[in-house]
Design a binder for this molecule. Structure first.
Ligand SMILES: [Zn+2]
Length: 356
């Protein structure tokens, strides 16, 4: 690559915004080991280094279904108040250490009730852990604002319940909604009633679409369900031929619909072949509102700094490109406009100006 190299420490210090990162995919390996021992859950290994490698290897199978199956072991340690408090707090501290100044964390509360917690207790406990993390990060001089997206699992029947929960906790840290889980065979419109409810309540939502399934999934998410953003959306490129945009791709670009793109995760699930050829670069160059995200930091063995470094090293990205996707993320974040504007003007732009 001909782009000038940018050292990792400079990248780590750049202010970052992440819109697509799963709470249950971002645990510290050592924490999984300790919490598993406490609740008597058997792991593939009790060595944190080996466990991290196991996750990465298992997630590298090129199969979204197998990738999702690795979450069994993180979810197993997130069924108690102690487990949720600790993982939520550490989640925030790890983002702060990575230079993240704004994040939207997402998770499906229905997957955290095996230990007897109610859905409401799960949400309240996670918010408590996130708040503790934000207070510690701010005290350490690395403030990070974290909003929560609640997810419904698209292959189960509790999506409407999760949507109600998001609305109920909108003034307590929940800023939006999503559906997660296996995309193929579970189209967004299966949950139309939940999305119509959210629209009536003026509650923003994004939808995982265009990862395992193609254009019809993105079309349904936007034009039938009314999503404001798209999770992944890599297969939108199927509507772009020789640089010419089809109607759906035009809609996404012209209406400034944010694409929450996750390069390493996409390589692992087989919907992209290399960082150099990942659609994020072509879509950025065509003027789409692309954002850069980690998806699952433990499972994908990644961080925002690493994703940035890969794009710089392998796809020729510049610091200006990194600033663009960071500002894009804040423009499409689900927190109020004045807070987004303040983060862009007071934190992100000065941070990049200092680095350039
Ligand atoms: Zn995701």
């Amino acid at each position: 690559m001909t782009a000038p190299r940018i050292d990792t420490e400079t990248l780590r210090r750049l202010p970052k915004a992440v819109l697509h990162d799963h709470l249950d995919g971002g645990l510290r390996p050592a924490t999984v080991v300790e919490l598993a021992a406490a609740v008597g859950h058997q792991l593939p290994t009790t060595d944190p280094g080996e466990l991290a490698a196991w996750y990465f290897e298992a997630a590298n199978s090129g199969d979204l279904v197998r990738y999702i199956a690795t979450f069994e072991h993180t979810l197993a340690v997130m069924q108690t108040r102690e487990g949720l408090l600790r993982t939520a707090e550490e989640y925030v501290l790890d983002l702060a250490a990575d230079g993240v100044v704004y994040a939207e964390v997402r998770y499906a509360p229905e997957l955290n009730t095996n230990g007897g917690l109610s859905l409401a207790e799960v949400v309240e406990t996670v918010q408590e852990g996130l708040a503790a993390g934000m207070a510690k990060a701010a005290a350490a001089g690395t403030p990070v604002r974290v909003g929560t997206l609640l997810c419904g699992m698209r292959m189960f029947d509790r999506v409407r319940e999760a949507a109600d929960l998001a609305v109920a906790y909108r003034d307590a840290g929940v800023v939006g909604f999503d559906i997660a889980g296996a995309e193929d065979g579970f189209p967004p419109a299966d949950h139309l009633a939940a999305f119509e409810h959210l629209r009536r309540e003026s509650m923003p939502f994004t939808i995982h679409a265009g990862e395992a399934h193609g254009l019809p999934s993105i079309h349904q998410a936007l034009q039938v369900c009314g999503a404001q953003r798209i999770g992944h959306g890599v297969r939108l490129t199927e509507d772009i031929v020789d640089g010419k945009l089809g109607r759906l791709a035009s809609w996404v670009r012209d209406r400034r619909v944010a694409l929450e793109m996750c390069p390493t995760s996409n390589l692992q699930t087989g919907c992209a072949t290399s960082i150099a050829e990942h659609p994020i670069t072509a879509l950025k160059d065509l003027g789409f509102r692309v954002t850069l995200n980690t998806d699952n930091r433990l499972v994908s063995g990644t961080t925002m700094t690493r994703e940035m470094s890969l794009l710089v090293e392998e796809a020729g990205w510049t610091v200006e490109d990194l600033r663009t996707v960071t500002v894009n993320a804040l423009k499409s974040a689900f927190i109020p406009f004045d807070e987004r504007k303040a983060l862009i003007e007071d934190v992100v732009l000065p941070g990049y100006a200092a680095a350039l």
